[in-house]
Design a protein around this ligand. Sequence first.
Ligand SMILES: *Cc1c(COP(=O)(O)O)cnc(C)c1O
Length: 416
Amino acid sequence: MTDLSRAYAALLDAEDPIASLRDAFVNDDPELIYLDGNSLGRLPKATTERVARVVREEWGADLIRSWDHWVDLPARAGDLIGEALLGAAAGQVAVSDSTTVNLYKLAVAALDARPDRTVIVTDDDNFPTDRYVLEGLAAQRGLELRVVRTDIDKGLDLDVLRDAVGEDTALVSLSHVAYRSGALLDMAAVNEIVHGAGALVLWDLCHSAGAVPVRLDATGADLAIGCTYKYLGGGPGAPAFLYVRQELQRRLRQPIWGWFGQRDQFAMGPSYDPVPGIDRFLVGTPAVLGIAAVEEGVRLLAEAGIERLRAKGVALTGYVIDLAREWLPELDLATPADPERRGSHVSLRHPEAWRLTQALIAAKVIPDYRTPERLRLGPAPISTSFTDVWDGLDRLRRIVADRSYEGFSSEPSRVT
Ligand SMILES: *Cc1c(COP(=O)(O)O)cnc(C)c1O
């Protein structure tokens, strides 16, 4: 049985080898418990200084001359992410555009590489923007979007996927960690199923990058995309990353023929002739301030090390589950109980999850709400302590016990 005392949480913190990194983040309100690091990561202190320097010195003083080094930022930040977090050797990851736009670019490139095939496979629990982009592509090209059924708490069953993928399949696009339940897919097994059918696989890593070790090269993944404002701590709207396996780069062509993908860009030549490497998946002028912030966030994750982040993520989510089981029997676990099968967040189901979410925020605990009836707790391993988890769940059990959540509106708000 779990030791339920707060002193035990403090002991876990004392034994945590990456505990000190929590202080590398801005934390103005010691009362605030932040359990939403998987939606918007905390601000690293170093980012404030780095962005100020880029603005004041590189932009303010050096002006256009800074493009000499700014021009390499998408690939440099990409290599840092790839090597520290994605199991990707240099030259395969770049930072550009948003996750949604990168999904579109890489999905089109994959479909063009399988011109005789007519089916795109995804699952009904994939993140909305992924499903919409794929739905749009299927509609524009007269393809079939085959949406397989998923248990929203347990995640996708690989036998169901196997049955859905065949000789007609051009592309399979899935999330590595499910945004709602945190269910974690076996990347190697999925890649094998997809490649067995001769199709290409495109992974969404938004909820795994920076939390779960990803082995893109070793598992033979073809393509991947992901956000940098969640676990990577790049800040709101920071540009996303994309991965294209080395041996595919020359063969794939993305649909937006922008000048940042062009060979000998400043020759301003008459027609599009993309570079052979990862830069051919870039489009236009990179978002310098955003990428500078991404570098600072990723540097901290690299310092922690992805294996230690994963070990702490398993321990933190296990602790959430243990405390919830003891203190909150009215809330059902809506996340795989097996740590091997979940990422770094936990969802709990309760019919009043939305009112519980609002009551928690009023009590200075920040979770988020996900339909239907789910309270999602994302203790980012780099910036969350075991005591944070204890305090957050302690406040939640009080709210449940005194039913103070009943004083909050059941009307949803614009952003949840
Ligand atoms: C957050 C998230 C996105 C968001 O995409 P944007 O283009 O940044 O809005 C996409 N996919 C998944 C799985 C996400 O969790």
